[in-house]
Design a protein around this ligand. Sequence first.
Ligand SMILES: COC(=O)C(/C=C/C1=C(C)CCCC1(C)C)=C/O[C@H]1C=C(C)C(=O)O1
Ligand code: AKG
Ligand code: FE2
Length: 366
Amino acid sequence: MAPVPITQIRVGHIDDVQELRKAKPTTVPERFVRDMTERPALLAFAPSSPCAVPIIDFSKLVKGNKDERQSELLNLARACEEWGFFQVINHGIDLSLLESIEKLSRDFFMLPLEEKQKYPMVPGSVQGYGQAFVFSEDQKLDWCNMFALGLVPPNIRVPKLWPTNPPRFSSTVEDYSSQVRSLCQNLLKYIAMTLSLKEDTFEKMFGVAVQAIRMNYYPACSRPDLVLGLSPHSDGSALTVLQQEKGSPVGLQILKDNKWMPVEPIPYAFVINIGDTLEVLTNGKYKSVEHRAVTHKENDRLSIVTFYAPSYEVELGPMAELVDENKKCMYRRYNHGEYSKHYVTNKLQGKKTLEFAKIESKKPTQ
Ligand SMILES: COC(=O)C(/C=C/C1=C(C)CCCC1(C)C)=C/O[C@H]1C=C(C)C(=O)O1
Ligand SMILES: O=C(O)CCC(=O)C(=O)O
Ligand SMILES: [Fe+2]
């Protein structure tokens, strides 16, 4: 997808948060300070109130006995319908690969700024190193550095943005991403089963699915009460697979029953969330849930995120099986390429991006 022409966007100076942090200032620049309504209430969650995001044991789905498979499918259905988020354990991906991608991502972010800036995320684009989703000079900035790459199909790849340093970075991204791709395909198979659809429904519908990876690095911040690591948003994908670095502080929060709830990192588990695309396809039965990241006063945090979505050519809309007289059609039909363009050319703003597809509910006439 071509970047939005650079001349149209004036984003002002974007400080690199890792460089800002080096001097350990006690204040943060105004552009990172959130309005009162957006600031995270860090004391709201005592350590005794962990977020009970459901845990799915993938090995039970794949090789459990009949009862185990049935009961884990039910757990998956409930997780998708009531939470939009779940953690997957025993997913079968080599743990050494998870350790390697964590180490190499961290090594990348620890490179000198000039080295990382060889792969710039230019304003209006979403690949490379920098801050995505900044479109104006007065927009508040996230306390986060990102590095993102398009992976599949090959025509979304930008070879000059693939780092040669650290040396094993790019080959590890390839190995990791091909295993995460299989995981997404399998999860979508089980998700189809929870909806009483044929297991290959999404695979057939998606064509050659689009896949991208983004590493998010959140330096420690002296004023975690004033800033956000990542603005509230839902993901535009069908599914998102998130790996939180082992030993990370809690940072991810999801909006559940109008409250921000933290998601505890589980070593070697993946956090999976339903993206906007599955919300549309299921006519809102499975919803994409708004989430954000907060920062920590002493510790930095790293997350590695895979976005998995249909091919850009695919026309999407609620599936006929999920629309009836009791559940009227809530979203219009559109082309996924158009939605992707809409998503990446707007700032992160909760679930507003999905208004693109919503059918206005008519007020009853008096
Ligand atoms: C910074 O990027 C994102 O947050 C992001 C973008 C992903 C992409 C690339 C890095 C390369 C080109 C493809 C794509 C747009 C997927 C988020 O991705 C979400 C948004 C949509 C839409 C989606 O499918 O995943
Ligand atoms: O870092 C996190 O925990 C959240 C990342 C995220 O939501 C994203 O990259 O879309
Ligand atoms: Fe996200």
